[in-house]
Design a protein around this ligand. Structure first.
Ligand code: TXA
Ligand code: MG
Length: 354
């Protein structure tokens, strides 16, 4: 029932893209590659079509969707106001992994915004995504194309695992490059606030927009996940457990020389208890682990390489059937901030600081 269409990532076949665009325009669901992760698209102007996304993913209805556009102009139809700083950010980072939350314009169905008076907008930097949105001729609402709660898909195969039989088509344009989702930046207040760290780093944002703030939930994922505590999260998506493989994940973070020995200890402990252990290691320390299924995400010194393979590694542990995953933390700097945000969410409250 679900069509699977391979396309060239740089020069996708227009005939395939037009077919997929027509499905979207007529209210169907199509998964497609972006430079961050695969998205599950629907016509953003069609409420029932957007409702279909929530059904296919099992996504809570109060979590709004990002609307994807193929050109900056489209923003002026979808947002009620576009501040100067937002214009500058679009010019600097679009197409690219930055979502701007702006006051919502009229005409967006409540399914997209989850009833909020703001809308998240993004122009992805992927030829297949841009061609598809253009062919559809409408803005495309798209969350990550995974079942709700699972790690985001970075290949069409991941999408197939999760959504086969639940959507109309998957465009396979090869692996996504960045590997973690876009940075979500709330532009509706006096100072832009990072609601979700991603491919564009806080330093890069500051260079263009001046002062920015980090939502407390970006670092202290526990506070956001609890939902209550101090105050409700500003990004509704932040309150759900996310990015979770089936096996419990224990995140060990701290000084680079103290983390691997602690992971070895934990690995021994679980092995003695008869558990199959998975270790998500950095390239720099992978040799220190002699037992367990060791997967190397990337280099600690280059967090972008960890980001690129993070979600695929978490899914791989599921395939390997491990009972527990021990993950090495990285420095929460640059793209490392996004990596740690996702790892902390996957870990829930199983975080050890050494
Ligand atoms: O890289 C990405 O952003 C990918 C690709 C497909 O573009 N999309 C993605 O969508 O990650 P999703 O739905 O998995 O995550 C969207 C996040 C959620 O945390 C949601 O709560 C937040 O953006 N968001 C969307 N609209 C918002 C709004 N109006 N106000 C606050 N947060 C919003
Ligand atoms: Mg998602």
């Amino acid at each position: 029932r679900t069509a699977f269409w391979p396309v060239d990532s740089r020069h996708p076949d227009p005939a395939v893209i037009n077919r997929a665009g027509l499905i979207l325009r007529r209210g169907g669901l199509v998964a497609f590659p972006t430079e961050t992760v695969y998205g599950l698209g629907a016509n953003a102007l069609d409420g029932p079509a957007v409702a279909g996304i929530f059904r296919a993913k099992g996504r809570p209805r109060d979590n709004p969707l990002i609307v994807h556009v193929a050109a900056q102009d489209a923003v002026y139809q979808l947002a009620a106001a576009v501040p100067d700083s937002a214009r500058r950010l679009m010019q600097a980072f679009w197409p690219g992994p930055l979502t701007l939350v702006l006051p919502a314009g009229p005409g967006l169905p409540p399914e997209v915004t989850a009833g909020l008076d703001s809308v998240g907008l993004r122009m992805p930097a992927h030829p297949v995504a841009l061609a598809l949105i253009s062919a559809a001729g409408v803005p495309v609402a798209a969350p990550s194309a995974n079942l709700s709660g699972r790690p985001s898909p970075t290949t069409a195969g991941h999408v197939w695992q999760d959504l086969r039989g639940r959507i109309d088509a998957v465009l396979d344009g090869g692996p996504a490059g960045v590997g973690v989702e876009s940075t979500v930046l709330d532009m509706t207040g006096p100072v832009p606030v990072v609601l979700r760290p991603g491919g564009v780093t806080p330093a890069e944002l500051t260079a263009v927009a001046g002062e920015i703030a980090l939502d407390p939930g970006v670092i202290d994922t526990g506070a956001a996940a609890a939902g209550g505590g101090r105050r409700p999260p500003r990004s509704p998506g932040m309150k759900y457990r996310h990015y979770a493989p089936r096996a419990p994940l224990i995140l060990v973070e701290g000084a680079p020389e103290r983390v691997p020995p602690r992971i070895r200890e934990l690995a021994e402990h679980y092995r003695a208890a008869g558990k199959r252990v998975g270790i998500l290691a950095c390239a720099e320390s992978a040799d220190l682990f002699s037992s367990g299924q060791v997967l190397v995400a990337g280099r600690r010194a280059e967090p972008a390489t960890v980001a690129a393979r993070l979600f695929a590694s978490l899914r791989r542990f599921d395939e390997l059937g491990v009972d527990v995953i021990l993950a090495e933390g990285v420095e929460p700097q640059g793209v490392g901030l996004a990596v740690m945000n996702r790892l902390r969410r996957a870990a829930g409250d199983r975080i050890e600081r050494v």
